[in-house]
Design a binder for this molecule. Structure first.
Ligand SMILES: Nc1ncnc2c1ncn2[C@@H]1O[C@H](COP(=O)(O)OP(=O)(O)OP(=O)(O)O)[C@@H](O)[C@H]1O
Ligand SMILES: O=C(O)[C@H](O)[C@@H](O)[C@H](O)[C@H](O)CO
Length: 315
């Protein structure tokens, strides 16, 4: 039986069509915030994987038992400790999300919006993945957008650039570790909505160049440590094993285990204070503020006053 979700452990569904970047976003967030995540692809029964690999879209009857397993794994993982749990799961239809909401009270949703053509292009570029690009059409066909549903944030999938990760999320989380997850989640909710546009990107890059190398210099690419792997193996017994758990071999999905993003990324952690010079800090803050304004005025919000500021990074 699924454990009941802890009050301080919000589950975040990271949803979208195949290729929208769910696994990457959930994995990166978990790694950088010291949280846990689940990749629903790891919970597909073999027959679902075979079906997709054969170019046949999943049907409702293929998805229901899988969704139930995803909900159970998420609830169990959530019950195991504090902090958010990110769940990368397509959840294409409203009825699927209703099942997840019912079993994961308070579920919040990050919807990675990506057009069919871009999704197909990304899928075609992937190697060794069970999902053929030819299924992009059925993903788009089955998708019922969650926009307008409660607790949903839309993220333009194309806006999650490396610049965003490297210059926005990580530096902020490092600077203000005391604000915990909410700060970063607020950024992800507010900034990418309108893209970190090229202007802001340039500003961020200039700001980055001005701060001392010690401040935001990417530390060596993370080892296969916490967060890059999902809390897998949830099917059956070992659901939600927590960060750092080495997963059993992927269930036929073929993704390179622990595959790294395309550029070396800073490690997670959030406890190192930046050594940035005042000018650089100011410039970076201004650039991020501009990006926030561009995105709809998140800048200047009293983060500490946000109720979810109580959340602390998972130990
Ligand atoms: N922000 C991004 N910009 C460009 N490419 C990206 C971005 N995010 C992910 N990708 C690439 O797009 C592809 C799909 O990413 P990912 O596997 O995370 O998507 P997904 O939604 O989990 O897909 P699936 O459900 O099919 O496993 C990968 O090759 C990944 O490297
Ligand atoms: O509901 C579905 O059709 C499936 O979950 C797919 O979305 C794939 O599992 C996933 O995207 C892997 O490529």
């Amino acid at each position: 039986m699924a454990g009941s979700a802890r009050a301080d452990s919000t589950a975040w569904l990271v949803m979208g069509v195949s290729g929208s970047g769910k696994s990457r976003l959930a994995g990166e967030l978990a790694q950088r915030l010291g949280a846990r995540w689940i990749d629903a692809d790891d919970l597909h029964p073999r027959r679902n994987l075979d079906r997709m690999a054969a170019g046949l879209p999943l049907r409702d009857e293929d998805r229901w038992p899988w969704l139930a397993a995803v909900a159970e794994a998420a609830a169990r993982t959530s019950a195991e400790g504090p902090g958010p749990v990110f769940v990368a799961c397509s959840a294409l239809k409203r009825s699927y999300r209703e099942l997840l909401r019912e079993r994961l009270p308070g579920l919040r949703v990050l919807y990675l919006r990506l057009d069919e053509r871009s999704a197909r292009a990304r899928m075609a570029q992937r190697q060794d993945h069970f999902m053929p690009a030819a299924l992009a059409y059925s993903q788009a066909r089955d998708l019922e957008s969650p926009e307008g549903e409660p607790g949903v944030r839309v993220i333009e999938a194309a806006s999650l650039s490396n610049a965003w990760w490297n210059f926005v999320l990580q530096p902020w989380h490092r600077r203000r570790p005391e604000l915990g997850h909410i700060h970063a989640l607020q950024l992800i909710r507010d900034i990418p909505r309108a893209h970190v546009g090229w202007g802001a990107y340039d500003e961020l890059q200039r700001a980055h160049a001005e701060v001392t190398p010690a401040s935001f210099a990417p530390t060596p690419a993370p080892s296969r440590g916490p967060g890059r792997r999902s809390a897998r193996g949830a099917r059956g017994a070992g659901a939600g094993t927590g960060p750092g758990q080495t997963a059993p071999a992927a269930l036929g999905r073929g993704r390179a285990p622990g595959a790294q993003p395309r550029d070396p990324l800073p490690t997670a952690g959030g406890t190192r204070e930046c050594g940035a010079g005042a000018a650089g800090r100011h410039r970076l803050r201004a650039a991020v503020g501009a990006a926030q304004q561009h995105a709809g005025g998140a800048g200047g919000r009293a983060h500490a006053a946000h109720p979810a500021a109580r959340l602390r990074p998972a130990a």
